[in-house]
Design a protein around this ligand. Structure first.
Ligand code: BGC
Length: 553
């Protein structure tokens, strides 16, 4: 079909909103440290391995790297259970390795963002150990949420809140004499007790932790569970089960309470007191784009992950709606939008988009990458998406580590076309070379088995192959830097046939065909890049199914 791709413009959906911070249109590459590169052959990625592979990020064209937690931790939840916020876990190296990594990144022109985990500590944190031996109502317990149980003997949890990982959000303690005692709150695993942010010592400690890493030279923080630190007064019952899902959007008395914003404001003041543009990015699960935008008001954090877009189905109208809502919500507070397709908590997007056909999933993933890189704002890339890695859907149970796997039955999990909704399948170590025990991940094996087919998806195998996903990403990021119309400027929709999105930026057009059949359009301009080969006929171009193309106009 030939359809008119007119240039009749609709209302601007995004305006440049002032400010020139580097983060406003940055491409930020997420390194899941455990699975990125292993320098010592123990099968677990580490900071030295990550440092040695930083040229890959610089060559790709990323502006910054976000490192997932590498702090001292018993690893009950992949390091999101921190026992010492100022120490590097020996699994991942030393503080000197962290320092070296930050320096090397800066030399390569990459900024560094580290995770901070303020909602909960590890149960091995000295504070929680002291709390367990401390007396009910005493100062050691005031840093957490301890409560007596309900029922005649206190045998029932203090309220009906559920853990995001399954089961009750409360665990009962046992006194030194073996008698059951108070309960403590953990919105995640029992090994992750929630901190009480009404306690001034908690606030002071985190200010000091942030300063510690800022002094070491980091450029910002990804704030884990930024929506969870404050709980509704009185901790009311919810009255139903199936409460919180990972990256959910439910309204709950333990998430997205107004009180969290005052904490983020104080952190913004702290960040601003340092030279350079140091940033905070909220990992916040909010019920709507408007609620999410509150986290990025001018005196709060700089960015928040846009999970609404990540959850959008492969459907042009749905995607356009999410894009419009996201841009409008962030524009209302003058912040840039972020675009995220995958991270270490969700099924990798080639598999999410596959609808039963891995080839289709990859086609769509490549197209989605070009779409998101063409939108105004900042883009987060999850390690391996530049290789088109799918979710690994046949991991043996014996090697799984996701705490949710041990606390929830697979039944009822939203598999989203992954193995079963758990998170190990997106955390399989990266393949760097065609051969070797772990395809170049390290000199030894790998903590999760890598599929043999990943040899062909390795960085080595894809480098120099013009049809590869890696070269597509490299070209797209290079163009994104080069073209003044991309990044943090306005965008308009162009009229396009159903199933097709066409958007214009200064000097630039992006067309996305989400349909399972080709569409024929008037040639919008000079072709810059496309996720699949285009075919021309006179003044029209045929865009293949599930394909995105960039044009200079
Ligand atoms: C992190 C997860 C982690 C959870 C608890 C998240 O949102 O991204 O990986 O399990 O916080 O810290």
């Amino acid at each position: 079909m030939t359809q008119e791709l007119t240039t009749s413009l609709q209302a601007d959906t995004a305006r440049p909103s002032g400010g020139s911070g580097w983060w406003r249109d940055a491409v930020i590459y997420q390194v899941y440290v455990r699975s990125f590169a292993d320098s010592d052959g123990d099968g677990i990625g580490d900071l030295r391995g990550a440092r040695e592979r930083l040229p890959h990020l610089a060559g790709l064209g990323a502006d910054a790297v976000w490192l997932t937690p590498f702090y001292a931790s018993p690893q009950a939840d992949g390091g999101y259970d921190v026992a010492d916020y100022r120490a590097v876990d020996p699994l991942f190296g030393t503080l000197a390795d962290a320092d070296d990594l930050v320096r090397t990144a800066h030399e390569l022109g990459l900024r560094v963002i580290v995770d901070v985990v303020p909602n909960h500590t590890s149960d091995r944190h000295p504070w929680f150990r002291a709390a367990l031996t401390g007396r009910p109502g005493g100062p050691d317990r005031a840093r957490y949420h301890f409560r007596p149980g309900r029922g005649a003997g206190g045998e029932l949890p203090p309220n009906d809140w559920e853990s995001v990982f399954g089961g009750p959000a409360w665990t009962r303690t046992t006194g030194p004499d073996g008698a059951p005692g108070e309960w403590y709150l953990h919105l995640f695993a029992p090994e992750q007790p929630d901190l009480n942010w009404d306690c001034s010592e908690v606030r002071e400690e985190f200010d000091s932790v942030l300063r510690f890493w800022l002094d070491l030279g980091v450029d910002g923080f990804r704030i884990d569970v930024a929506h969870g630190m404050v709980k509704a007064a009185g901790m009311p019952d919810i009255g139903r089960t199936e409460q919180a899902k990972l990256i959910g959007s439910q309204v709950l008395p333990f998430f997205d309470q107004d009180g969290v914003h005052e904490i983020h404001r104080s952190w913004r003041r702290l960040l601003d007191s340092y030279p350079g543009d140091r940033i905070g990015v909220a990992e916040a699960w909010a019920p709507s784009p408007e609620r999410l935008a509150l986290y990025v008001r001018p005196d709060e954090l700089h960015q928040a992950f846009n999970f609404q877009f990540l959850k959008s189905p492969w459907d042009a109208a749905a995607m356009r709606t999410v894009i419009d809502e996201s841009l409008a919500a962030t524009a209302s507070v003058g912040a840039p939008t972020t675009w995220v397709l995958s991270n270490h908590d969700v099924v990798r997007h080639p598999t999410r988009y596959a609808d039963g056909s891995p080839a289709r999933g990859l086609r769509r993933a490549r197209a989605a990458a070009l779409l998101t890189l063409a939108l105004p704002g900042s883009v987060y890339l999850y390690q391996g998406e530049e290789l088109g890695l799918p979710e690994v859907v046949d991991l043996p149970d014996a090697c799984r580590q996701d705490p949710a796997f041990f606390r929830t039955s697979a039944e009822g999990q939203d598999g989203q076309d992954g193995q079963d909704g758990f998170r190990d399948g997106c955390r399989v170590p990266l393949p760097w070379s065609r051969s070797g025990a772990s395809y170049g991940f390290g000199p030894g094996g790998s903590w999760l088995p890598q599929p043999a087919a990943w040899a062909g998806l390795s960085v080595e195998a894809q480098t120099g192959d013009p049809g590869s996903t890696l070269e597509l990403y490299r070209s797209a990021l290079a163009l994104r830097r080069e073209l003044p119309g991309l990044g943090d400027s306005g965008m308009t929709w162009l009229d396009a046939p159903a199933g097709v999105l066409a958007l214009a930026r200064p000097g630039f057009v992006c067309t996305l065909n989400t349909l399972g059949e080709e569409v024929e359009l008037p040639v919008p301009g000079r072709a810059l890049l496309s996720s699949a080969p285009l075919a021309y006929r006179a003044a029209t171009v045929r865009i293949p199914p599930d394909c995105c193309a960039w044009w200079a106009i």
